[in-house]
Write a protein that binds this ligand. Structure first.
Ligand SMILES: *[C@@H]1O[C@H](CO)[C@@H](O)[C@H](O)[C@H]1NC(C)=O
Ligand SMILES: *[C@@H]1O[C@H](CO)[C@@H](O)[C@H](O)[C@H]1NC(C)=O
Ligand SMILES: *[C@@H]1O[C@H](CO)[C@@H](O)[C@H](O)[C@H]1NC(C)=O
Ligand SMILES: *[C@@H]1O[C@H](CO)[C@@H](O)[C@H](O)[C@H]1NC(C)=O
Ligand SMILES: *[C@@H]1O[C@H](CO)[C@@H](O)[C@H](O)[C@H]1NC(C)=O
Length: 342
């Protein structure tokens, strides 16, 4: 628009100047001024876009009546995030923090239509006992960010931080989850679970775990012992010797699923807040290094499957099954009910 108008004026001016037999220098002068104006307009409009992008960050579907902004500081960086209203339960409850990449709309849809809603099919009143929040950050893709805004205003279950959504920023996302667990509600959740979006949760088995005799000062999930840092640069989990120079990591729980009490979440958060460096590998960092420093123990849970089992029916008795596509997740959910009620 501005560009066109500018050229039009230019043409107009040139015609006039021609009629007035103005020297060429004037025309060049006007041209240069016009060019400068154009550069300025383009520059200020990209700057404006950038600012909006930053406001979106953490403020994605910011509707004050439906949520609030929260802040915390990690590695000396102040992070803010949008937290939708949870409708805090006044009875013991469970908080499920689901991790997905900002652009993975299908994955979140699969979670909503499977285990997150099976809870009500089980007679577990979702409004009373379980809250499911999807943790995301900001995409580098503006179209995706606009879709996220729409998704957020439809479901009000997205907590969005104002940092770039990336694999190496997952540690920050996880600390954001710990902050939510410890500060979202006056009555804190009895259990906090962190689960990847491609992981199916058998909610009834989680309830069995909840009523079992477990340690309050521990993290449960898929235990990894003696894991070594990957030194191949091309691997996404690459860690340099400057980042971590040990030969093995302390025992940690695989990031796709773990469960802990809010007390543990608070200890991990407190320790994270004191660190000015966190390893950009979420599970090693949170359930390994931070847990070790505060003396939180890690235990293996038999029902947590890292890979899809060969015998499909095993998914029905598991607690959590990792590495599923959205259609597989829907399939488990459907066939499981048929299987158990036939
Ligand atoms: C679930 O609990 C809420 C709050 O106590 C109540 O209003 C609602 O009727 C319950 N829903 C079902 C299906 O029991
Ligand atoms: C950006 O996001 C949109 C919507 O999710 C998607 O269709 C498009 O392919 C993405 N573009 C890039 C470059 O990834
Ligand atoms: C992590 O987020 C910060 C803040 O938005 C950003 O500057 C940084 O580039 C991100 N890191 C990666 C690896 O994306
Ligand atoms: C990264 O390393 C792990 C462990 O050695 C391996 O399982 C994985 O396939 C590697 N990923 C890539 C992309 O090379
Ligand atoms: C869906 O589940 C059934 C049985 O539970 C299994 O036999 C089938 O292979 C599954 N299909 C897909 C596409 O995963």
């Amino acid at each position: 628009m501005t560009h066109h108008r500018c050229c039009f004026i230019l043409l107009h001016v040139r015609q006039k100047l021609h009629r007035l037999r103005m020297p060429c220098g004037y025309i060049l002068g006007v041209l240069a001024a016009c060019l400068l104006l154009l550069v300025y307009v383009i520059h200020s409009s990209t700057e404006r876009k950038f600012t909006i992008g930053h406001q979106q960050a953490g403020v994605a579907a910011y509707i004050p009546e439906r949520g609030r902004l929260e802040t915390f500081t990690v590695q000396n960086i102040k992070i803010s995030y949008y937290l939708p209203k949870l409708g805090c339960p006044d009875r013991p409850w469970i908080l499920a923090l689901v991790i997905s990449s900002a652009e993975d709309f299908q994955c979140r849809a699969a979670v909503r239509s499977t285990w997150a809603s099976e809870a009500s099919a089980l007679g577990l009143n979702l409004t009373e006992r379980l809250r499911v929040l999807h943790l995301i950050a900001v995409s580098r893709n503006e179209t995706a960010n606009n879709n996220i805004m729409r998704e957020s205003r439809t479901h009000f279950d997205l907590a969005q931080g104002n940092f770039v959504d990336s694999y190496r920023n997952l540690t920050i996302k996880s600390i954001m989850g710990l902050h939510i667990a410890t500060s979202a509600c006056p009555r804190q959740p009895g259990l906090v679970i962190k689960i990847d979006c491609d992981t199916y949760l058998n909610v009834d088995n989680l309830l069995a775990f909840e009523s079992g005799d477990n340690h309050a000062n521990a993290i449960y999930g898929f235990l990894l012992d003696n894991d070594r840092p990957i030194r191949r640069r091309k691997n996404k989990s690459f860690i340099s010797r400057e980042e971590y120079d040990g030969g093995t990591y302390p025992p940690f729980i695989g990031g796709f699923f773990y469960v802990m009490t809010t007390g543990v979440a608070g200890q991990l958060y407190g320790e994270a807040a004191r660190c000015n460096y966190l390893l950009p590998l979420e599970d090693v960092s949170v359930t390994g290094l931070l847990a070790e420093r505060v003396g939180v123990r890690r235990y293996h849970l038999a029902g947590v499957l890292r890979r899809t089992p060969r015998v499909w029916e095993e998914t029905f008795s598991a607690l959590a099954v990792h590495s599923l596509t959205p259609p597989q997740m829907t399939n488990i959910s459907k066939t499981r009910w048929r299987y158990q009620h036939s």
